[in-house]
Design a protein around this ligand. Sequence first.
Ligand code: ARG
Length: 469
Amino acid sequence: MSAKKVWKGRFSKPTAPEMEAFSHSLEIDRRLYREDIQVNRAWAQALAQIGLLKARERDAILKGLDQIEKELEGGKFPFLPTDEDIHTAIERRLTEQVGPAGAKIHTGRSRNDQVITDLLLYLRRATEELITGIRRLQEVTVQRAEEHSEVLMPGYTHLQQAQPILFSHYALSLFWLLERDRQRLMAAQRRCGLMPLGSGALAGSGFPIDRHFLSEVLGFEEPSPNSLDATAHRDVPIEVAFAAALLLIHLSRYAADLILWASHEFGFVTIDEAYATGSSMMPQKRNPDSLELIRGKAAAAIGHLTALMSLCHGLPHGYNRDLQEDKRPLFAILDDARSSLEIFTRVWQTLDIQPEAMIQALDPDLLATELADYLTHRGMPFRKAHEIAGQIIRWSKSHNVPLTEIPLSTLRTFSYLFDEDLRHWLDFRAALERRSLYGGTGPEAVREQLEKAKQLLSQTTPEPESPEL
Ligand code: ARG
């Protein structure tokens, strides 16, 4: 089919069909249709304000756009193989519907300012969804922490048992990480506030369009101050992609914990059957596929983010068609972040936590730091105390006696500072109590932390969707 290209005037022959297929981006960018229609509506009004469209023409265009929106919403829009992208498809359809007035809609604008305007509008919505999703997961972490506020578990570094902690402390560690993800997305969302429309292809529209009006009706903060900057750069989409990819990376770490903890060897948690899968061969299996997929999607997000940044690396100033390739990786990251967040939230909500298994797993060696701290409390320099505690651990290993069962008389051969009260000191709960400083895993401190998290949630109650977004 011979294409009626928007640039056809200058060309004496049609685009090669393989080139058409190659440059086609409709499958990817058709999801921007709502934003594109919104932008077309605003543009028609702005053109009418300066007399480039008669009121009658503007109204016909607005009506035509309503019709097109219905067609698109209902899956009835007659796409043609020659529609290169969503912008040209909508313009083509508009011209079919309203005749010559439709052919005026592209006056003074370029797809270069159109596409980035559409994209920023889309990103404002997409980030809002993620921000709301994060908040929901934060609520779940608080709920689960509250339900199991006193449950003890081994804390790990290097995947080796390190010190006892409260499960609630672990759950809240996710809360604060998510809070930073939320803040980061909010900052990236704010950065979407400069409106590119009216920048034309690079130099600004040739018509005195009221860009402040456009910015206002489209819900932006203000018009972008430099048309070349507005059309040439993709730093804002990259920033959104980074914030979303980092969120995925964070989910992948907590997913990895649960995958490990759901294993037979740990047994700290059981993943709800609704979010686990079986094996086609081994009847006993209950696999944590939901979490593994989140981890896999996080890996893919890093690749997509790299693709996005590479697109801009060394790219000459002004718009280059390379930039059309920004959408595929960007949308992939956003889609994966949204779905992973949802699934992860459900997994956490339905997770069966096994306090007994956590307590069972506590190795007395987790109290080795307490032994050193005990001596330090009695005036020994910590470095020396650490060395003695290390020697006691070595003795306990070679004599096969758990740390908590070494007779006091033996301990006193290492240091005369050891006394009867050591029994109370070498205790998991006591170790926790000693960590009630602000931010520690002590029950008192965790209660305070929980209150702080709840307070933060109450301050960030999601507003009903703000009209301008
Ligand atoms: N589909 C294109 C994109 O996503 C629209 C811009 C085309 N502009 C051009 N000068 N060829 O970037």
